[in-house]
Design a protein around this ligand. Structure first.
Ligand code: ADE
Length: 250
């Protein structure tokens, strides 16, 4: 996977991405990271890349040409036209299946805006995906780009030590992960659930699956609606909900 980031703050991206698991993957050559400073493509002597908006209103806008030239500097060395993700609160909300899908690309370009945004005309010409990381407004696209690159990286083969752990965790099949425990057996008077000490793998798998369902029903009922459950499991969910309702009215 080759990440390319068009930004006014390349050091922010470099510092973040060269740390921890993504840093290790870059060192191993499983990922590459190219940051392009949009300011290097400013066409005036003050290296200014923003200007007032036509029609008035507060704030400055990033101008089309420096952004376009920065994009062209990347597109010049990718195979064909690369996919370009523009980070914006107006985009589709990022999720695990987008991460999984984008991890299949050879190159991904992230365009990070600042100020009040970017001239619409260059967005029309280069952007293929408008993506938001949630319904709140940030000061720029750098953190959202790093959030996306972090989760996409985890889906790239070899990036995680245990090849499995990219799939058997929260959001696999639209269920949250079950609770986990390590030593000691008892902590602050709380014991590790008996079944996990039993060594009976079928029972452990059954317990974990149930816990995933219970947890998703409690914390993310919106996700549970999309979950892959058997008829028996849907019955279990109905029972759970009935039980919770009864407990509420007690
Ligand atoms: N830029 C500013 N806020 C954002 C958000 N929530 N998601 C993606 N890009 C953004």
């Amino acid at each position: 996977m080759n990440f390319h980031v068009l930004t006014l703050f390349p050091e922010m991206i470099e510092n973040g991405m060269n740390t921890s698991i993504t840093g290790r993957a870059i060192a191993k050559g499983l990922l590459t990271l190219e940051t392009v400073n949009i300011r290097d493509f400013a066409f005036n002597k003050h290296q200014k890349v923003d200007d007032y908006t036509y029609g008035g209103g507060a704030g400055m806008l990033m101008q089309a040409e420096p952004v376009y030239l920065a994009y062209e500097s990347v597109a010049a060395h990718t195979q064909g036209k690369p996919r370009v993700v523009y980070l914006t609160p107006q985009g589709e909300i990022f999720n695990q299946s987008m991460a999984r899908e984008m991890a299949q690309e050879k190159d991904l370009v992230f365009l990070c805006g600042h100020y009040e945004g970017i001239d619409e005309r260059v967005l029309e010409e280069i952007v293929t995906d408008y993506v938001s990381i949630g319904d709140y407004v940030l000061t720029g696209g750098e953190l959202p780009a790093m959030v996306m690159m972090d989760s996409i990286s985890r889906m790239v083969p070899g990036v995680l030590n245990n090849e499995e752990s990219g799939e058997t965790e929260s959001f696999a099949g639209n269920l949250l992960e079950y609770p986990q425990y390590s030593r000691p057996e008892e902590w602050h008077g709380k014991k590790v659930p008996e079944v996990l000490m039993s060594g009976h793998h079928a029972n452990i798998d059954k317990w974990r699956r149930e816990q995933s369902i219970i947890r998703t029903a409690q914390r993310r009922p919106d996700l549970l609606k999309k979950a892959d459950l058997s008829n028996k499991e849907w019955n279990f969910v109905r029972q759970l909900k009935k039980q919770w309702k009864e407990e509420e009215t007690k």
